[in-house]
Design a protein around this ligand. Structure first.
Ligand SMILES: [Zn+2]
Length: 135
């Protein structure tokens, strides 16, 4: 049986969560290069990260499941219901400008700006998820 890599991850936590979900659905798969990427993360990019390798005859079902998992993880806009929502540093915020100037004066201290969820469908910005959302 031949195993083919279908996704790669730079986080072993994410890779293990995904492979556990696939194995729950009786997909034959394993993680390749998990140890080297975890022990020496600097090599992760050069070897392509942690790869999920799936048995040849389970490829179609595994890809469908992965697409479904990724769709389920997307955050829904509480105003319009769109899934075109991204987590980002808020642009044009006065306090973020002050942080940027302070970071420049402090040279090596990078200060984090305010981050929000931004819906690109209706342009709504929110900083908290609804209680029924799961990540
Ligand atoms: Zn929206």
């Amino acid at each position: 049986m031949e195993f083919i890599p279908i996704r790669s991850y730079d986080s072993y936590v994410k890779a293990n969560l995904v492979i556990a979900k696939l194995q729950e659905q009786d997909i034959h798969c394993y993680l390749k290069d998990e140890n080297i990427t975890t022990i020496l993360p600097i090599l992760g990019n050069s070897i392509g990260g942690i790869k999920i390798c799936v048995a040849e005859n389970d490829i179609t079902k595994a890809k469908e499941l992965l697409n479904q998992f990724e769709e389920d993880e997307k955050i829904t806009c509480s105003k319009c219901g769109s899934k075109n929502v991204h987590y980002e540093v808020e642009n044009g915020n006065v306090s973020n400008w002050l942080l940027a100037i302070a970071s420049w004066f402090l040279a090596s201290y990078a200060l984090k700006g305010k981050e929000v969820y931004h819906c690109y469908t209706c342009d709504y910005k929110f900083d908290k998820l609804e209680d029924n959302e799961s990540l």
